[in-house]
Design a protein around this ligand. Structure first.
Ligand SMILES: Cc1ncc(COP(=O)(O)OP(=O)(O)O)c(N)n1
Ligand SMILES: Cc1ncsc1CCOP(=O)(O)O
Ligand SMILES: [Mg+2]
Length: 225
């Protein structure tokens, strides 16, 4: 990915909303629409866990959510499912350490955005060498959403990554809400990835707006230091 694309992606990662039907209290379409109106800048379709759609229903929902993203000029990323990402010509894919191999994914999707989860400095080094476009680092705080999440680490790993001079775009993930956003950005992240604080908010638009405003304020503080 060129430097220009890298900087555009860094900016787009500000408020990274992740959601599947299992995370919503009303319709996923409505939830996403409101979240995008509130200021979400990138979306990941993560249809996973108890009650999640599979097969045709999953594909149909993905297409509808992608159409909503397109209407709002917002990047659409698919979690885990390479076949779906290919079929939909998604903007990118997010993989974890237990998913497909990064180098294989890069070969299959040479021009797409590839994000990878990282929990240790060794994983960070491999992700950068393997051509990942951004890192998802977490869980920063305790999360109810991912039952098999690794141990909570706070912002330490993000700080270490930046102290070592890595410039790869980073988003923090896990238990993040508006009140916790500034801590994550000030530690060195470019954005925050959020599920529950938006998907289960009474007003997903208001929740997204608040998170966006915290990201903007934290970046002002960070870049005037
Ligand atoms: C932005 C972002 N960061 C981390 C993850 C977690 O990915 P993974 O570890 O593969 O876990 P699942 O989400 O697949 O359960 C993510 N999805 N997005
Ligand atoms: C997918 C994922 N990976 C690490 S924590 C997490 C879940 C984040 O969800 P929430 O924002 O609801 O804590
Ligand atoms: Mg995964």
């Amino acid at each position: 990915m060129s430097n220009l694309k890298n900087e555009t992606l860094r900016e787009a990662l500000g408020v990274y909303f992740i959601m599947g039907s299992q995370n919503c209290i009303t319709s996923p379409q409505k939830t996403l629409d409101l979240a995008l109106n509130g200021g979400v800048s990138i979306f990941q379709f993560r249809e996973k866990g108890e009650g999640a759609f599979v097969g045709t229903e999953k594909r149909q929902l993905a297409k509808e959510l992608q159409a909503i993203c397109r209407k709002n000029n917002t990047l659409f990323i698919v979690n885990d499912d390479l076949e779906l990402a290919k079929e939909l010509d998604a903007d990118g894919i997010h993989i974890g350490q237990d998913d497909e191999d990064l180098q294989y994914v890069r070969r299959e999707f040479p021009d797409k955005i590839i994000g990878i989860s990282a929990h240790t400095l060794e994983e960070v080094e491999k992700a950068v060498a393997g051509g990942a476009d951004y890192l998802g680092v977490g869980p920063i705080y305790a999360t109810e959403t991912k039952k098999d999440a690794k141990e909570v680490k706070g912002t330490t790993l993000i700080e270490q990554i930046r102290d070592l001079g890595y410039t790869i775009p980073i988003v923090g993930i896990g238990g993040i809400n508006a009140k916790r956003t500034q801590e994550v950005i000030l530690a060195g992240a470019d954005g925050v990835s959020v599920i529950t604080a938006i998907s289960k908010a009474e007003s997903p638009d208001k929740a997204s707006q608040e998170i966006k405003s915290e990201v903007t304020q934290a970046k002002k503080i960070k870049f005037t230091k």
